[in-house]
Write a protein that binds this ligand. Structure first.
Ligand SMILES: Nc1nc2c(c(=O)[nH]1)N[C@H]1C(S)=C(S)[C@@H](COP(=O)(O)O)O[C@H]1N2
Ligand SMILES: [Mo]
Length: 444
């Protein structure tokens, strides 16, 4: 039994997280081979797989491996610590064929292998419109202009000497799950939901910088945020969000400076709002009296409705959840106990409840929400499950503190149609078949 099997509670994670139909069939064959060998080594009288595990375990405990009989590596052999080489499969991945240019693409976070609610910075999803840059913090500047008493230009030193706050929030690209609008398109949770991450961000509330510049909060009901990369990323953000104190000009992520891919040295954090508004390599904030309708909010990030019209400025990410394990591409090694685990989040506040169904939505049980349950942050849920070895469908359904309930595909398509790209928060279904293979399906 591999390390992966043990850690994931007898779930075999896919060797690669992207599997074709043919590869999924291969995984199935591998499992049958595993069971066949288990039968050969086990005594006929007892349930074979269980005995095989026990027998292997016993011989392993009697062997003295090299790490018990040799000198370990010295401290600081890795001045910046890296994950174990045995974890090398747990990486960000691009969806083959999704985009043509790597600089204008997305790499998805491997949600199937993550624990708790914090995304390790090296596994945070990445979405760039014009590639990423490693910006020199000594040369980086932030300008504030528009409806302000005095235009100001800040250096990083100026910003970092101000009082700071640290807050845990999720960021989800508005296009997350966007490939699934019409039908099932991708095999694993990494590709269906991996434009999602959650970090502790540190920075200065934008409200304080605007107050310092003497912003006109009466007339200036909107701000425009602009990035320093070649994409000229610009987004309008309503001033209410800034006034709430939630919007941060952030330089910290999970206890250290932002990673270059995530906007080093400065990015906007706009809790609850889709990722595109979290402008990276933030260079300018303008205060204005109406929305700018820039390219990134007039042509992109709009919702195509069934009547052919487009809906604009639907920026808040509505309540959503997904079971991250068991999930597509994984294999249940035998029947019995499993911990169903997943993530829930809402752009409108805290998650109040998550229900889980193992029969395709007929019966629902309420899952345990693990602490902390924070506003506009990922919330981890867990629920016990005993798999009887029969085919079944696993689903989770989130409810947030406003009472909003995550819709099914039938409900969502009735309002939004099937041709959108953005803001798909439908209930995700994973199908388990008798040989333990898990795959992506849609249930109306
Ligand atoms: N300057 C700039 N900011 C940007 C982008 C960009 O291409 N340039 N991409 C946006 C989009 S669409 C998303 S989803 C998030 C992704 O943030 P991440 O790469 O840190 O995950 O950044 C946003 N901010
Ligand atoms: Mo995005």
């Amino acid at each position: 039994m591999s390390h992966d099997d043990v850690r994931a509670g007898r779930i075999r994670r896919a060797p690669e997280n992207f599997l074709t139909e043919a590869q999924i069939a291969e995984v199935g064959k591998g499992r049958r081979e595993f069971l066949r060998k288990a039968f050969l080594t086990a005594s006929a009288a007892v349930a074979a797989p269980a005995v095989a595990h026990a027998a292997r375990g016993e011989s392993a405990i009697l062997e003295l491996p090299p790490w018990s009989t040799s000198l370990g590596k010295p401290v600081a052999a890795n001045p910046y610590g890296m994950p174990s080489k045995y974890e090398s499969n747990l990486v960000r991945r691009e969806s083959p064929g999704l985009t043509r240019v790597g600089g204008s693409s997305v790499a998805f976070a491997p949600l199937q292998g993550l624990f708790g609610i914090i995304t390790p910075s090296g596994l945070h999803f990445e979405r760039h419109h014009q590639g990423w840059q490693d910006v020199d913090p000594g040369k980086h500047r932030l300008m504030i202009n528009g409806l302000v008493k005095k235009n100001m230009v800040f250096t990083m030193d100026d910003i970092m000497r101000l009082p700071s706050v640290s807050r845990i929030h999720f960021i989800e690209c508005g296009a997350n799950t966007g490939m699934e609008w019409g039908n099932v398109a991708v095999p694993t949770v990494q590709y269906s939901h991996g434009m999602l991450s959650c970090s502790e961000f540190t920075g200065v509330p934008l409200r304080e910088l605007l107050e310092y510049c003497g912003a006109d909060f009466k007339k200036g009901r909107y701000i425009l945020a602009e990035g320093a990369d070649g994409s000229s990323m610009t987004r309008t953000i309503p001033m209410e969000l800034v006034e709430s104190g939630e919007v941060l000009v952030a330089y910290g992520q999970n206890g250290e400076m932002l990673r270059p891919e995530n906007g080093y040295p400065l990015r906007l954090v706009v809790p609850g709002v889709q990722g595109v508004s979290w402008v990276k390599w933030l260079r300018r904030i303008e205060v204005g009296d109406m929305p700018w309708a820039t390219k990134d909010e007039a042509v992109h990030y709009i919702d195509l409705m069934p009547d052919g019209q487009h809906r604009q400025y639907t920026s808040t990410q509505e309540a959503k959840s997904v079971i991250t394990s068991p999930s597509g591409g994984q294999v249940l090694l035998d029947k019995g106990f499993y911990n169903i685990t997943g993530l829930a989040w809402s752009g409108r506040g805290k998650i109040k409840r998550v229900d889980v169904s193992t029969d395709g939505g007929i019966n629902w049980r309420t899952a345990r929400l693990e602490t902390p349950v924070l506003s506009k942050a990922l919330t981890r849920f867990n629920i016990d499950w005993n798999w009887d070895g029969k085919p079944c469908i696993l689903q989770s359904r989130a409810m947030d503190e406003t009472g909003y309930v995550q819709p099914g595909y039938g409900q969502l398509r009735a309002v939004r149609g099937k041709k959108s790209i953005y803001h798909n928060n439908a209930i995700q279904s994973w199908k388990v078949v008798e040989n333990g293979e898990v795959s992506n399906v849609q249930v109306l």
